[in-house]
Design a protein. Structure first.
Length: 153
């Protein structure tokens, strides 16, 4: 699992997009699908910076089936998929993640679960490895990891 800790600055989403593409060999994600990985990473990092608490930790794993990108932060409350009104000017990020990823979900840290927060992900059947809380303790001490899977084709 590759890992990058992002500073809370305006350039973090751009840095995350570039890092995901650098870490993802073309055999795990064809060039034609990389723009989707860049877009979804940018959306989730932007959400973590706007609604979460830092630091923000980005993780990436890949296998023959595709990639899994996780964005961890210190806020226990996760995103929700909402119905979009045609005139809405915000709130489409998770709808994009839902529409373009193979699947996605949210894992809460053990501390967030103990405080009464829900655990698990949107799709509990997906076997996404939960982040090692010892490695991401600062980012997920009372927080969560929002992740998406993107299939190779």
């Amino acid at each position: 699992m590759e890992r990058l800790t992002l500073d809370e600055q305006l350039s973090a989403a751009a840095m995350a997009r570039h890092w995901v593409c650098e870490q993802c060999p073309s055999e795990h994600l064809p060039e034609a699908r990389r723009w989707i990985a860049e877009l979804l990473t940018s959306e989730l990092v932007s959400n973590a910076l706007e609604h979460g608490r830092g630091p923000v930790v980005l993780t990436l794993t890949h296998d023959a089936e595709g990639i899994v990108v996780g964005i961890s932060d210190g806020e226990a409350k996760g995103p929700a998929l909402r119905t979009q009104l045609p005139g809405a000017t915000e709130g489409r990020g998770i709808a994009l993640v839902d529409a373009l990823s193979t699947t996605w979900g949210v894992y809460r840290s053990r501390q967030a679960e103990a405080a009464g927060g829900p655990s698990g992900g949107v799709d509990a059947a997906v076997s996404w490895p939960q982040p090692d809380e010892d490695d991401t303790r600062q980012a997920t001490a009372a927080g969560k990891t929002v992740w998406f899977h993107l299939a190779t084709g």
